[in-house]
Write a protein that binds this ligand. Structure first.
Ligand code: BGC
Length: 746
């Protein structure tokens, strides 16, 4: 269509412009016929298109057009592979075109603050770099097909409990370093057509009405030019939301919000320019309506879903080479999930899959030996548990290896509520233990949307393959990994703790009385475990392969501007081809704030033939070394030493090298409330102050200076100067403050 011009829109009567500010119904915007502006459909994602078939006047979660269910974000996170995220985005874009959908809502890049969050299956990781890189790749892919994305849920939507009321109380450094960077990367690198604001409040203000978030950070700092869409039903005060920067309210509320907007303009309480601006941003979405295509290749997309899913699962444990399965082994398959796969999460992202592979049938068709099956448990609690278990033990006894398919049911984790435990259902735990006691070898395959505790049975079994949720072709992908047709190359995007009590948000999740305090600050996920040197079952970044890789020749060079280049060589030292994730962490204690012991700052995934050696290099920009300084309101690189570490996981460093950075010359502001130490250690006025002070001190008192400073170092200068008034005249302090101010400005 020809783009609607600014003057076409601005010239419309207020009522017609305001129409654009909220949806026509659940899934589309209002058309404005007189200027030729069509309605635009926005529908869920993120791991497939959920286009409602029936009437758009209702929510209709289960009634959507068949589409490919690709691996959800929990799996893509574990792939550590932006190529996988991008190919999923591209395929979703193709399907959206075929289904006439110009905007698909996703990806979700919220951080997994607690393993209990009910929607963790829709998010990538506990690490913002990993989440941001994958989210940006997804958006790039999807938008390459002319289909707009909506990165969500902006921001600090890290739990489902009270998601529509709760205030996430988070300090600014934590927001900047942990909860915002994934959004920042997606917005600045991939330019999504829309951003979806979250339901929750942030520090007491609804995300939908948060001007700091939606305008100052998103637009003024990051340069976002698209439309901000509300999460469905996230708007509390329509006028306040509009002023804060929320353009499109979804779903429509039959004009109620728009009437308030019109009244506010008429009453002179709201500038009509604000309406014009948001109406223009919503109107611009119509430019995404490219010509619908003629269907999509269902078989090709299913095959793609299988290929990509196989790059996501994580081999956690593999003792005695239990995997891959020998082709002629007598295999027992146990667990209902082997024939009734759990492959996606519940709620708004539920895709009506075009078909579903089950691992049982695929294993039966590719293995040469016998494949016996027993369900072991039922998903709905029906049947006699003891009989089901006995059936499983019978097949396990006769097998060379038993593969138990365990996991959580769709009802156990979904949108709208959080889990309360990390445990697998007791019936499955008992089954795994009982099978392991009678089977020669036991392999457990897990299908869960988030991590589960392995503690009750981990040591009893030989191998564990964490599939998370792998989408509609996950059954085939699991079979490919179990048989060794594909080398497992996933790495944990979230820590598997020993106990729920060990997780950093444990004491502050999911909050109380309307607030959830992010008391662990930046120490989220592995940042906490590596800093506190606390044990975990499997660390962030962990994942095995059927081959082995060695890292050599690490070199780190500062390139000026507080940036550095890192290079190293990785060699496949095993007997088969495999994919390896190079993880680059930075560790430092430089600066005035507590830093996590190490943080992921770069990564890449490589394919290596047996014996192949590959040199890899990374550029680390200054942000890789910076922390957010709340006093300066910006990113600061502290002068000092930084160690670049290459990890097999966040807890297993295989090479490291140090680099010294000049850092930023921060001249702190000084007031009479600043402490004595801040004054004396000030880079510009500290030395002259000391001179003035010592000159006025009695003979011999100079030596006392260090001890004195320690004792009264935290005293505000105002009080210190009053009590020791004779030694530091007020006029000198005024002069020094002015000097500090001038140095800051210069
Ligand atoms: C979810 C969003 C989703 C929207 C539309 C909301 O409840 O939080 O992620 O896109 O519904 O279904």
């Amino acid at each position: 269509m020809t783009p609607v011009t600014r003057s076409d829109l601005d010239a419309l009567p207020l009522e017609r412009k305001a129409l654009l500010l909220s949806g026509r119904n659940f899934w589309s915007t209002e058309p404005v016929e007189e200027i030729g502006l069509p309605s635009v459909v926005l529908t869920d994602g993120p791991h497939g298109v959920r286009r409602q078939q029936a009437d758009f006047d209702q929510v209709g979660l289960m009634d959507s057009a068949p589409a490919t269910c690709f691996p959800p974000a929990v799996a893509v996170g574990s792939s550590w592979d932006p190529d996988i995220a991008e190919r999923i985005g591209t395929a979703i874009g193709r399907e959206a075109r075929a289904l006439g959908v110009p905007v698909v809502l996703g990806p979700g890049v919220n951080i997994k603050r607690s393993p209990l969050c009910g929607r963790n299956f829709e998010y990538y990781s506990e690490d913002p770099l990993l989440a941001g890189v994958l989210g940006a790749a997804h958006v790039r892919g999807q938008q390459s097909q002319g289909v707009g994305a909506s990165v969500k849920h902006f921001a600090a939507n890290n739990q489902e409990t009270s998601r529509m009321q709760v205030s996430a109380d988070v300090d600014e450094r934590t927001l900047r370093e942990i909860y915002l960077p994934a959004f920042e990367r997606v917005v600045t690198e991939a330019r999504p057509a829309t951003v979806m604001c979250a339901y929750n409040k942030i520090n007491g203000v609804y995300a939908s009405q948060n001007r700091w978030l939606l305008t100052e950070v998103l637009r003024d700092e990051w340069g976002f030019t698209g439309a901000v869409v509300s999460d469905w039903g996230a708007v509390d005060d329509r006028v306040a939301a509009l002023e804060a920067g929320l353009d499109l309210q979804m779903p429509g509320d039959h004009g109620a919000g728009n009437r308030l907007v019109i009244e506010a303009v008429r009453a002179g309480a709201l500038d009509e320019a604000v309406v014009n601006r948001s109406a223009r941003r919503v109107a611009a979405l119509a430019e995404l309506r490219s010509e619908p295509t003629d269907g999509f290749d269902v078989d090709a997309h299913h095959a793609l879903a299988r290929e990509l899913a196989a790059g996501c699962a994580v081999l956690l444990k593999n003792e005695g080479g239990a995997l891959p399965l020998a082709r002629d082994a007598r295999v027992a398959v146990v667990g209902e999930f082997a024939r009734t796969p759990r492959y996606q999460g519940g709620g708004s992202s539920h895709v009506n899959a075009t078909r579903v592979d089950d691992a049982l049938s695929v294993l039966g068709s590719v293995l040469d030996g016998t494949v016996a099956f027993a369900p072991g448990f039922s998903l709905d609690g029906s049947g006699d548990a003891a009989v089901l278990r006995e059936g499983a033990l019978a097949v396990a006894r006769d097998a060379d290896v038993t593969v138990v398919f365990a996991g959580l049911a769709e009802d156990d984790e979904s949108e709208g509520f959080d889990r309360t435990t990390l445990d697998l259902p007791a019936i499955q735990v008992e089954l795994i233990r009982a099978v392991a006691a009678v089977s020669r070898r036991t392999v457990v395959v897990l299908s869960t949307g988030s991590v589960v505790s392995l503690e009750a049975w981990h040591d009893d079994v030989d191998a564990i393959l964490a599939g998370f949720l792998l989408g509609q072709a996950g059954g085939g992908a699991l079979a490919d990994l179990l048989t060794g047709a594909v080398d497992p190359s996933g790495r944990l995007a979230e820590t598997i703790p020993l106990r729920l009590q060990d997780t950093p948000s444990y004491l502050n999740f999911p909050g109380e009385l309307g607030h959830v305090r992010y008391g662990e600050g930046v120490m989220v996920g592995y940042r906490h475990f590596v800093t506190a040197d606390a044990p975990v079952r499997y660390p962030f970044g962990h994942g095995l392969s059927y081959t082995t890789v060695e890292t050599t020749d690490l070199q780190v060079r500062s390139t000026g501007g507080d940036a550095a280049t890192v290079s190293l060589t990785v060699t496949n030292t095993g007997g088969r081809a495999g994919r390896h994730v190079v993880q680059v962490y930075v560790a430092t204690s430089a600066g005035p704030v507590r830093r996590p012991a190490r943080e992921l700052r770069a990564f890449t995934k490589l394919s290596l033939e047996p014996g192949e050696a590959r040199k890899v290099s990374f550029q680390l920009d200054r942000r890789a070394f910076a922390y957010w300084d709340v006093r300066e309101g910006g990113w600061i690189v502290a002068p000092g030493e930084y160690t670049v570490q290459i990890g097999r996981s966040s807890a297993d460093i295989v090479a490291e090298a140090a680099v010294t950075l000049a850092g930023d010359a921060v001249v702190p502001e000084l007031t009479l409330q600043s402490s004595v130490v801040e004054w004396f250690e000030h880079p510009v006025v500290g030395a002259p102050l000391l001179e003035i002070f010592l000159a006025a001190m009695p003979e011999g008192a100079a030596e006392m200076h260090a001890g004195l400073l320690r004792m009264i170092g935290s005293m505000p200068m105002r009080r210190f100067a009053a009590d020791f008034g004779a030694t530091i005249p007020a006029v000198e302090l005024e002069r020094l403050m002015a000097e500090a101010k001038a140095a800051r400005a210069g």
